[in-house]
Ligand binder design. Structure first.
Ligand SMILES: [Fe+2]
Ligand SMILES: [Fe+2]
Length: 248
C-alpha cells in the first residue's frame, strides 16, 4: 500500500483552456495520456492518490464531467483537494459533492481521510500573496499593492481556519500522525514561515505537500526539503513530468 500525490492536472476535455501557454510548453504536451500511463504503471488498487487541486478548467460541474470521469478511472483511492481554478467545487458544497461522487472520489475540505491505520491525511486549499509587486530596475521587490495584501491576509486567515478544522477532526478521532496537503505553496515568496508552516509545526506533521507553482521560474517559490523538522515537497504535475510522487 502506497501514498502518491500530484497536483494541477488542469484538464479540459470539455472546457476552454484558459492558459494557452499550456499548449506550447513541451512539458504539457499530451499530459493527460502521459499521466494516465504513469498511474497505470505505478498506482495499485489499494494505493491512495492525492490530487492536490486545479483539476479542471471547467467553470461548473457540467463542464468538468469528463475531467472527473477521467480522474475516477485512474487506479487507487482518489482524494481531491480544492485548487484556485476548481470552479466546480464551492467550499460550502463539499458535503454535497462527496455524496454525488460517493464510492468514486473523496473530497478533502474541513475533514480528513485515514491512511494505513495511523495516519490522517489533512489539508485545505491554502493561500499566498502573489502580488502585484513593484520592482526596482534590478528586478528586486521594492514594494507591493497594500490593498491586495490586506485582502490576501483575510483569505489566508479563512484557509488557516479550514486547515485547523481538518486537523481537529482527525485529532478528535484519535489520530496523532499527519500528512498535510495544500494547493497553494505554504509560504509566499516574501516569507520564510507562515500560519500554515506554524500549524504544520504545531501538529508535528511529517510532510507538507503542495502544488500550484507551474513553470521553471515558479518551481522554487516556496519551502523545499526539511525546514524546522517538517519536510516540504512540491508536486505540481509539470514539475513531476506527470509521474505521481510517492509520499509513503
Ligand atoms: Fe495550477
Ligand atoms: Fe493553482
Amino acid at each position: 500500500m502506497s501514498l502518491y500525490a500530484i497536483g494541477d492536472l488542469h484538464l479540459h476535455f470539455q472546457s476552454v483552456l484558459k492558459a494557452p501557454g499550456q499548449l506550447r510548453d513541451p512539458a504539457w504536451r499530451n499530459h493527460e495520456e502521459r499521466f494516465r500511463k504513469n498511474c497505470a504503471a505505478l498506482v495499485r488498487p489499494d494505493d491512495t492518490l492525492v490530487l492536490v487541486g486545479d483539476h479542471s478548467w471547467g467553470r461548473n460541474l457540467a463542464e468538468c464531467e469528463k475531467d472527473l470521469e477521467y480522474i475516477t478511472a485512474l487506479p487507487g483511492r482518489k482524494v481531491l483537494l480544492r485548487g484556485n481554478h476548481d470552479m466546480f467545487w464551492e467550499a460550502k458544497k463539499t458535503v454535497a459533492l462527496s455524496r454525488h461522487f460517493e464510492g468514486k472520489l473523496c473530497f478533502l475540505q474541513n475533514n480528513y481521510f485515514s491512511y494505513g491505520g495511523d495516519y490522517a491525511l489533512v489539508g485545505t486549499k491554502g493561500y499566498t500573496f502573489e502580488g502585484p509587486f513593484y520592482l526596482d530596475r534590478h528586478g528586486r521587490i521594492k514594494g507591493w499593492d497594500k490593498e491586495a495584501a490586506e485582502h490576501a491576509e483575510k483569505l489566508v486567515e479563512r484557509e488557516a481556519e479550514r486547515l485547523r478544522a481538518s486537523f481537529e477532526a482527525a485529532r478528535n478521532d484519535g489520530y496523532r500522525r499527519f500528512m498535510m496537503f495544500l494547493h497553494y505553496p505554504p509560504t509566499s515568496i516574501l516569507e520564510k514561515r507562515s500560519v500554515f508552516t506554524d500549524i504544520a509545526e504545531e501538529y508535528g506533521v511529517d510532510k507538507v505537500i503542495y502544488a500550484h507553482c507551474h513553470g521553471r521560474t515558479r518551481f522554487h517559490d516556496s519551502l523545499e526539503g526539511t525546514v524546522r523538522g517538517v519536510e516540504y515537497r512540491l508536486v505540481s504535475g509539470d514539475y513531476l513530468l506527470w509521474k505521481p510522487e510517492r509520499i509513503l
